[in-house]
Design a protein around this ligand. Structure first.
Ligand code: FAD
Length: 301
């Protein structure tokens, strides 16, 4: 993806400015401040600002728990305890502000996270840019037969499909431009542009709600395109709040929660009992998930 010259000039000018502060900063975040990380064919994410760090979470939590000991090991243990026990408010003390360029269909999924502050590019006020998302060949797949929300195998005629997406986008933009030339209001001309056109926004969210977003959008059931953004945010989190990020991986992202019935099944297996699928106890999908998660294909008939 080519970052526009104008944006690079703005980034360079902003990165030349330095301010002194008594506030804690995170060197790894200072390094990447304002720089764009390319996503899809025209998208990016860049950090505009951040507030707080792992220590800010500990500082806030200690108000509730009293002073206590303060070694690095204790701080790490406290953060991991807070996340494990879902004591969430200390994580709200940290905030991240991103500048995101994303296709509108991704924006529609993203905006469902209501607990953030957003300022979006206005296509009533400004003219849309000629940037449309055209999926790469590997992503042009058939409707999944197993997951009604997902995609399956790559299509044999993906090249043809890709070309038709590209040519429709070009036609839509040409029509949009001709409507503007005829004097049609920008707020009306934009209605013919498809949802693979790119938009931009500033998005500010606290760390607690960002982790919720990440849990949903890093998951393989999330649409591939929004997952690409979540992967970049994951890299940012690792640099910004490494202890919290690791705790998130351990207690949320790669953790499994069990229903009371599934817990009962695992207990019976551990006691050496034979277990058969019982659809009065759990649905087929629940059995499939449990068996898949713990690789019990040879154990449960
Ligand atoms: C794979 C996937 C598929 C999806 N499919 C669909 C779909 O088909 N259709 C669809 O409409 N959505 C769909 N969604 C969106 C989903 O239903 C949620 O709206 C979205 O993930 C935001 O989650 P959230 O409510 O936890 O986040 P947020 O909106 O950030 O809210 C966080 C929490 O804050 C609280 N909160 C926020 N606002 C309110 C409020 N007004 N009142 C009370 N409490 C509030 C709630 O506790 C909420 O859980 C999908 C999401 C995913 C990840």
């Amino acid at each position: 993806m080519a970052i526009p010259e104008e944006l690079w000039r703005e980034i360079d000018a902003t990165r030349e400015q330095w301010s002194q502060t008594h506030r804690p900063t995170v060197p790894a975040m200072e390094e990447l401040l304002y720089l764009p990380f390319a996503i899809l064919d025209h998208g990016f994410v860049r950090v505009i600002d951040y507030q707080g760090d792992d220590a800010a979470i500990v500082q806030a939590a200690r108000v509730s728990y009293g002073k206590g000991t303060k070694s690095v090991r204790d701080d790490r243990a406290l953060i991991r305890y807070l996340l494990r026990k879902k004591h969430t408010t200390p994580f709200e003390m940290c905030e991240l502000k991103l500048h995101v360029k994303l296709p509108i269909f991704v924006a529609r999924q993203w905006i469902r996270t209501r607990t953030a502050s957003v300022n979006e590019y206005s296509a009533r006020f400004s003219v849309l840019e000629d940037d449309f998302y055209v999926p790469e060949i590997a992503q042009i797949c058939a409707q999944s037969t197993e997951n009604r929300q997902g995609r399956g195998e790559q299509l044999a005629d993906a090249v043809v499909v890709q070309e038709s997406i590209r040519s429709l986008s070009k036609l839509a933009y040409a029509t949009y431009t001709s409507l503007l030339e005829r004097g049609v209001a920008r707020e009306l001309a934009r209605i013919i542009v498809p949802p693979n056109v790119y938009s931009m926004w500033y998005w500010k969210i606290d760390l607690h709600n960002l982790l919720r977003f990440q849990l949903l959008r890093l998951d393989e059931r999330a649409q591939w395109e929004i997952r690409q953004y979540a992967e970049v945010i994951d890299m940012l989190l690792r640099k910004w709040v490494p202890v919290t990020h690791q705790a998130f991986m351990d207690y949320q992202r790669y953790a499994v929660s069990l229903s009371a019935m599934a817990r009962g099944v695992i207990k019976r297996l551990l006691k050496g009992e034979q277990v058969q699928r019982d659809y009065d106890l759990m649905s087929k999908r629940e059995w499939d998930e449990l068996i898949g998660e713990f690789e019990l294909e040879d154990v449960i008939a």
